[in-house]
Design a protein around this ligand. Structure first.
Ligand code: APR
Ligand code: ZN
Ligand code: ZN
Length: 395
């Protein structure tokens, strides 16, 4: 389907339409247990659903948190995780008009129905029907699953997408259609837009609206944090301070716009004090991309009094609450969360893809590894060890 560069070559055949498909998937059977790559059954799409042949999927830290059972994501097993991918439509269910067999699509965990109050409101990308919901484990339409084991036991869905499978079924609001004559990105690059890069760049552009000449601090230099840095660089930020406990991250970070690096382990003073000293009182924007509430407090206090804005991107383990005294908000610092970088996926991602295609955002540095699906547990280990940014898995 895809050549070595990950670009589109041919369409899938449609002889599977309306039938179950037996294919490979990586199945989670319990928290922290190695994923099992095995054959599963994928049922045909029902009304307003789409079955996608996944070409590439990659691993985001949210998959690791869910796999470990660290946060609110409902512990439901067996389950197919994965939410960052790119694929080709294999078949569509009744009523689906916007995509057809052979279309290149990116599944999105934060869907866009186009009809609810949020979708109709410019201020939000939090679709009320198909938005991100870590508790959801079945399809929207009939509350059942489209995956089962060869023995017929249901396998649960994850984050509207479940991409660690050769085929998946999503509700039609949970995908973005990329018309390939207009496509200037390879399928590998498109995969990055399914979560990590869009989340980070969008947080800088849409949520914070980083301005030229501003100062920025990014806490956590994984793919999400580095995408924030890349987005801030593209907007002309003059100082981009990267904070990470892994010193290896700085080498890559420099290529993505990070101008200064702080390793909290090397410092005696709190990180926020160091940042205040470096920036004449604090940064204009700070971004929390680790999912650690103590780091969030540092990020908050690194922002300048009066106008500094902290954007929360990390997924935080429950049940700790925000580490901020309400009176601290009277100092005029602001704090806001950002989901999927504030992008309305269906309506805004194609334009973002075009900007990436024109080189506004550089995508190559984010892909550090490629492995077959069979080696998914190794890919998990690489991310956990901080050795990879995005490892693309192919089938
Ligand atoms: N201080 C500074 N950096 C830290 C700390 C800490 N206490 N703890 C972890 N980090 C760094 C790691 O070394 C790593 O480089 O944070 C980075 C996290 O990166 P990844 O594990 O690659 O995660 P990523 O996929 O970028 O996701 C980041 O965003 O979407 C959410 O759930 C996701 O919370 C996660 C965050
Ligand atoms: Zn993600
Ligand atoms: Zn909606």
């Amino acid at each position: 389907m895809a050549n070595g560069n990950g670009s589109f070559k041919s369409k899938p055949t449609s002889d599977t339409k309306g039938k179950t498909i037996t294919c490979k998937a990586a199945v989670a059977y319990g928290p922290g247990e190695p994923l099992v790559v095995e054959e599963i059954i994928v049922h045909p799409p029902k009304k307003m659903e789409v079955r996608i042949k996944i070409i590439y999927t990659s691993i985001c830290h949210t998959d690791i948190s869910a796999w470990r059972g660290e946060n609110e994501a409902q512990r439901a097993y067996p389950r197919i995780l994965g939410h960052e991918a790119c694929g080709i439509v294999e078949s569509v269910g009744e009523g689906v008009r916007e995509v057809k067999e052979g279309d290149i699509v990116v599944p999105i965990f934060n869907g866009e129905c186009g009809e609810c109050r949020s979708c109709k409101c410019e201020k939000s990308n939090m679709c009320e029907r198909n938005g991100v919901n870590p508790m959801k484990k079945v399809m929207e339409g009939d509350g059942t699953t489209r995956f089962s084991t060869l023995q017929g036991k249901p396998i649960f869905h994850f984050l509207n997408t479940s991409t660690f499978s050769e085929y998946t079924v999503v509700d039609s609001p949970c995908l973005v259609n990329f018309l390939h004559p207009q496509l200037s990105l390879s399928l590998k690059h498109l995969t990055l837009l399914s979560c990590g890069v869009s989340t980070g760049v969008g947080a800088a552009w849409n949520t914070a609206n980083v301005h030229s000449g501003s100062s920025v601090a990014v806490f956590g230099l994984g793919a999400v944090g580095l995408a924030v840095a890349e987005g801030a660089r593209a907007r002309g930020a003059s100082k981009i301070i990267g904070v990470d406990i892994n010193p290896d991250k700085f080498i890559k970070a420099q290529a993505m716009g990070v101008t200064d690096f702080i390793n909290p382990k090397d410092e005696e003073k709190p990180v926020y004090e160091i940042i205040k000293n470096m920036t004449d009182g604090g940064v204009d924007y700070s971004f929390e991309c680790t999912g650690n509430v103590d780091v969030l407090r540092d990020a908050f206090l690194s922002a300048h009094l009066g106008w500094g804005l902290t954007v929360v991107l990390g997924i935080h383990a429950s049940p700790r609450l925000l580490p901020i005294h309400p009176m601290e908000l009277f100092d005029g610092r602001n704090i806001v969360g950002s989901v999927f970088g504030g992008f309305k996926g269906k309506s805004q991602l194609p334009h973002f893809a075009k900007q990436c295609g024109h080189g506004v955002v550089k995508l190559d540095n984010f892909i550090t590894h490629e492995l077959p699906l069979e080696e998914i547990n190794k890919a998990f280990d690489l991310l956990i060890a901080g050795k990879s940014l995005r490892c693309l898995l192919h089938f």
